[in-house]
Design a protein around this ligand. Structure first.
Ligand code: HEM
Length: 213
């Protein structure tokens, strides 16, 4: 049976995205989720959500720099995994931490600024997921592209949420902040045009290598 390179690549991406969830299950069966498993799972799913969000945002700049279009379909896959981990992260907070006690959750979210930012980030993901199908992309036309720019706000809210929940060491939130700002700035038309010019030799080289294979 012939399995295309694209198919193998996609299988690897799915496997990598599922790995953090598998590790949580594996560690929980061996009692390796620290003395506070709920907090550990919250932190792990939060970090995975952020990493996946950054990877989703990296696909377009990667294509701009390398000319490799094969990464573009990954935006949807990675975006859906981002949402899945965000749901898990959110459900652990509302379910395991607060036993689905909605008035208490509401009270707590309003008391903690980091939770407000996290909740806002989660809400911005909803229209993106709902309209992620081909049908919605067709129905919305140009508006679809405009709507999906909402992911930039998601990223800024997510990094704000991360920064506000950290108590002492701000290095990691700062690093994520810098990466996200870079990924957003690179999309500005003037920056994009300059980058296009600067990376032309690299794209030519990659396409020449591709032709010789
Ligand atoms: C796109 C949405 C979200 C992203 C990307 C995200 C990301 C993160 C990250 C990166 C962390 C820190 C992980 C670490 O320090 O290792 C975190 C922690 C946390 N997040 Fe979120 N989060 C999101 C939504 C939410 C929502 C909706 C809630 C609930 C209202 C929430 C509640 C929490 C809590 C309770 C913690 C742990 C705080 C602690 O134990 O110190 N997050 N999140």
């Amino acid at each position: 049976m012939f399995v295309s390179r694209k198919c193998i690549f996609h299988i690897l991406v799915h496997a990598a995205a599922l790995l953090p969830a598998a590790l949580i299950v594996w560690d929980s069966t061996r009692g390796q989720l620290t003395a506070n498993p709920i907090q550990e799972i919250t932190l792990r799913t939060g970090k995975t959500t952020l990493v996946l969000l950054v990877l989703t945002l990296s696909c377009t700049p990667f294509r701009l720099i390398t000319g490799i279009r094969a990464v573009l379909p990954l935006r949807r896959i990675l975006g859906l995994y981002t949402f899945s981990y965000a749901c898990l992260h959110f459900l652990i907070f509302v379910g395991l931490d607060y036993g689905f006690n909605l008035p208490l959750i509401f009270e707590e979210v309003l008391k903690k600024r980091f939770a407000i930012a996290g909740f806002a980030a989660f809400i911005t993901l909803l229209p993106l997921v709902i309209t992620s199908t081909r049908g919605w992309a067709k129905r919305l036309g140009g508006d679809w592209q405009r709507l999906h720019k909402l992911v930039y706000l998601t990223a800024l809210l997510a990094v704000t949420h991360f920064t506000w929940q950290v108590k002492a060491d701000f290095r990691l939130p700062l690093l994520y902040g810098i990466i996200i700002i870079f990924l957003l700035v690179i999309r500005l038309p003037q920056v994009r045009a300059k980058l296009d010019e600067l990376t032309l030799p690299l794209r030519n080289l990659i396409s020449a290598i591709g032709r010789h294979k």
